[in-house]
Design a protein around this ligand. Structure first.
Ligand SMILES: Nc1ncnc2c1ncn2[C@@H]1O[C@H](COP(=O)(O)OP(=O)(O)O)[C@@H](O)[C@H]1O
Ligand SMILES: [Mg+2]
Length: 278
């Protein structure tokens, strides 16, 4: 690898600087109360790598995901995607970037039209690419099904007829239709049982090595995060309190928050990536 290529690869896909986001809530007594969901969050994510974001409930993880996917606007701070500041971008240009950042939630059922078949769900985003014929779209949808390990026969089913694991595979396939560079998974596996979680984690690893996408993997399960991610960032009360290589975070946690998250892992189902390679 020459020096230019390696420098190119080291450029962050995503660089978040000092992100602040607050919500104003009304208390039961009618007073306005400011909730600081993000309080100076900064981190970088290299192309084709995975950063896991872990933290207790209410620590700001979903707010961060929504800001990165351009679904919430931060109060201040910058989100650089391939060198462009998404926060300061005008709406039309932001839409182009938004396609490259796909977000998958815990239960994708709400985001699927219940009256649509699996094939319709997959071809709908492809219609944005106007130069594809109907046959080409169907072919592409079938390839996507294959890519996420779903059989072609499921194409005619409604999403409500699929199991939880199959629905999450469909959500991944739909995210892939637009060939994103970044996939954000917000507790996307949390509702699935352990064996299905393991299958989908392995699917994510395969897809990453074949397609080179970066992942922001949000979870409260430190063991699963360590298995999937190169690095882990631990969030607490709107801030990243600790960040480092997955193995290091598991073996030498520096903060009380991380130690508590580790103690909450019932058993280590997943060993960290480095350890599994050894
Ligand atoms: N739309 C909203 N309106 C008001 N407060 C919100 C909203 N979304 C999140 N919050 C508050 O922001 C904080 C962070 O929430 P969230 O980002 O959902 O955390 P997490 O995903 O880590 O559980 C919490 O105190 C939550 O109550
Ligand atoms: Mg959340």
């Amino acid at each position: 690898m020459n020096a230019t290529a390696s420098q190119e690869e080291m450029k962050p896909l995503l660089k978040v600087e000092n992100l602040l986001k607050s919500y104003t809530n009304r208390t039961l007594t009618g007073h306005r109360e400011e909730v600081r969901a993000l309080h100076g969050v900064s981190f970088s994510l290299l192309q084709g790598t995975t950063l896991a974001l872990v933290g207790e409930s209410g620590s700001g993880k979903s707010t961060l995901a929504l800001c990165l996917a351009c679904l919430e606007k931060p109060n201040s701070g910058d989100i650089w995607f391939e060198g462009t500041d998404v926060v300061k971008l005008e709406e039309e240009k932001r839409r182009t970037i938004r396609r490259q950042i796909q977000l998958i939630f815990q239960d994708p059922a709400n985001s699927f039209n219940p009256g649509w078949t699996v094939l319709e769900i997959l071809t709908e985003p492809l219609q944005l690419q106007r130069n594809l014929s109907c046959d080409e779209m169907r072919l592409r949808a079938h390839l996507l099904l294959e890519q996420v390990g779903l059989s072609a026969e499921l194409g005619e089913k409604l999403s409500s007829e699929l199991s939880g694991g199959q629905r999450q595979r469909l959500a991944i396939a739909r995210a892939l239709t637009l060939e994103p560079k970044l996939l954000i998974l917000d507790e996307a596996l949390s509702a699935l049982d352990c064996s299905v979680q393991a299958q989908i984690v392995n699917l994510l690893l395969e897809l990453q090595s074949s397609l080179g996408m970066a992942y922001l993997f949000i979870s409260h399960d430190l063991a699963m995060a360590a298995y999937l991610a190169d690095e882990i960032a631990v969030m607490s009360r709107g801030e990243i309190v600790e960040q480092g290589a997955s193995v290091k975070i598991l073996k030498q946690p520096q903060t009380k928050v991380t130690r508590e998250l580790l103690a909450a892992v019932p058993r280590i189902n997943f060993s960290p990536r480095e350890a599994s390679k050894a």
